[in-house]
Structures are given as structure tokens and as C-alpha cells.
Design a protein. Sequence first.
Lengths: 158, 276
Amino acid sequence: MTRRVSVEVNGRPYEEEVEPRLLLSDFLRHRLGLTGTHVGCEHGVCGACTVQLDGEPIRSCLLLAVQADGRSLRTVEGLAPAGGALHPLQEAFHETHALQCGFCTPGFLLSAEAFLRERPDPTREEIREALAGNLCRCTGYKAIVEAVERAAGHFQRP
Amino acid sequence: MKPAPFLYDDPRELKEALALLGREGEDAKVLAGGQSLVPLLNFRLARPERLVDVNRVAGLAYLRRDGEALRIGALARHADLERSADVAAGWPLLSDAVRFVGHPQIRSRGTVCGSVAHADPAAELPVALAALDARFHVRSARGARTLGAEELFVSFLTTALEPDELLVEVEVPAPPVGAGSAFVEHARTHGDFALGGAAAVVAAGDVRLALLAAGPVPVRARAAERLAVEGAPAGEVAEEAVRGLELSGEDADWRRALLRELVRRALVTAAARAAS
């Protein structure tokens, strides 16, 4: 038994027939070929699969693809503006060395992007708390927090 | 780490949802926020024959002040509670508690009613709602009923909800006039499952104290509450609050000590906020 799912991802419309049990993370990766969203734990603790649903950060391993029908999604592939430039967050992550293997990075970027929209001038503590749902095994987090601070500075520029 | 196959319904109207649960409830699970259910599905620890996804049911996504009470609909997300200025002003205990619920991604989707229906003893909102004497409105195709916390929370991950019933609203009365409140918890890392916690509401002549991860259900420490109203110091009240607790495991002593300290802190903070 399949269902039709119509979803907009990074501004592009997609339509697919899916089994109800197909997770959004697998839908994005296998059906749509958007492999920037990574799968870490598949039970909602690591944050590697974080995407944005109507602008809100969610764990895509905990959403069924069918639940996204009619909704708008943003994955890491949709972060950088067209034309080859990087998003300020991506630029900041690059500058502060906030990624090593890069596995957790898409999840962090989308969590951070949503957070900075809501809280453009955060303290370091607020950043740490906002990103607590994303785990990193490589960096020790310091550079990631610095990157988000740096990007916040960018957004603060008049 | 993928769910086993299931039948899937996403009704648009409450009547439809209740009729479905009436017919299929025994073999079905309700899907709301999914932040507790979907991990269980992914692990195949839960293998329901059918999921009834209530996310598209009209009229359930509300969070509003209704006279003196706060009404939280079935599809109100934790994030809605977190962002609500009404809640911060009128029910600050809930604003405090919801910040400890998981992480931002969890709070975007997870629902207050879902957390209640899931009834994890380490969950923050059931404890805060128990401290506020919340009323839980339940509907089924057979009718409607309303329960208090002590009736609703039966055991570890178990409520009094029948398979054909849906928790449609949590109604939270206003805290006592002039009350101060505090929610404290301890977990290994921020956002991790709580190892202990306490919700306190302190007003003249009215003290509420509910404990988190202190047993299979949220614990209202009634005897301790009476001591507090009589003016006993926080340490003594805390001692009473943890005395009768049935804590099992090698670390029971440590957990009792942890809870005692958290209760003490919650009382002191709540009392200070009441004074100001």
C-alpha cells in the first residue's frame, strides 16, 4: 500500500509514491538523491538527520515521509544561495574549522540557521543549549560554537 | 532500524479519528509528535498493525487562555508552549519545564498531550501538569471523560486511556494568586533523560510539590506539601517528600539524595519568586 507525497524541498516540487513506513530521512536520501542529510542513530538523539520543516528544525528520522505531504522542507543542499557563494554559517564553519569528518555538519547548520533566525544575538551559553540536540564526535564543539557566534556577528552587521 | 510495515490513516476530522480508534484501537497506535513513538517503531520495539496519524485532524492545534484556565489542544507542540507569552506570564512553571524537554528538534514536533499520553516517568510536562492540578479531557466514539493526574497516570508508560480513546486537551487552572514556581531537574547532559526532578508551586497556604523520576508515575508529595504549608523549612519538607518513595536499584540511595536536594532547591526558588 503506497501513498502519494507531494513536497517542496529547497524550493523545488517533488512527487513520489511511498510506503507509509518510509522515513523522511530515507525519502530525502534514496528517493530524491539529497544525500547531504545524514543518518546517524535513527532514534532521535544524534541530530545528524536534522532538516527544516516549514523553517523549524526537526529530526527527519522521526518523521514519516507521508507526513511531509503538502509541506515545505529545507535540507543542507538548500542553504547556500545560488551562484556558488556559501551561506554565512557555512563560511563561518569553514573559517573556525568547525568540521572535520563533516558527518554531523549538515545537521548543525540547519539547527543553527533556524536558531539564529529566532535569536539573532545569542550568548555562547544560549548557542550551546540550542545545539544540544546535535552530537559531534570529532571537533569537541568549541569551534562549532565559535562558528555560530561568528555567523551571528555577520547577521548583526548593519 | 526501519519500522515494520503498518496500515496508515490520517483522518481530517476528530469524529473520523475517533471512529477509527473505536474500530481498530486495539491494534493501533496514535501518531502525534512521533518523538517517542517513531524511535520505538524504528527499533521495532513497537509493531502496531495500524498508525492513526492525528496531525491533520482539524481543530486540535491550539494553545489558549480561556478565562482563568489554559487549554492545551492535542496538537499543541512543545515549541508552542515554549514561545507562548501567555504561558510565561500565567503558568511560568510550564515555561520552565518545557525548556528541559529534549532538544529544539524534539520540541518542534513533540506534543504536550503526546508527552502526557506516553507517560514516561522521566518526562517533565506530566510532573509540571500534576503540580498544577491539570485536568485531562479524553474523547472516544463512546463519549467524553475528564481525569485528574492521579487517575490518568497508572504506571510506567501506562495511562488510564483505553485503546479507543484520544487525549484531546489538557486544561490547566490558574496557579494560586501570588504563587512562585520552580522546575528543577538533573540529567547527565542538557536535554538527556532526567535522573530526578521537582516541580514546586508556593503560595501562602497552598504548596504543590511533584517529583520527577521518583517512581513509575509523577509523585505528588502530599504529606510534604502539608508540612510546607505549616511553615516547615525546605530541608525538612524535602526529607518528608522523599521518605516514602519506593526507589529500586543499586543507586536508590543516591537517587533519593538527589531528589531530596532537587526538591529543596525547587522549594527555595519557588518561595523566593513568590515573595517577589
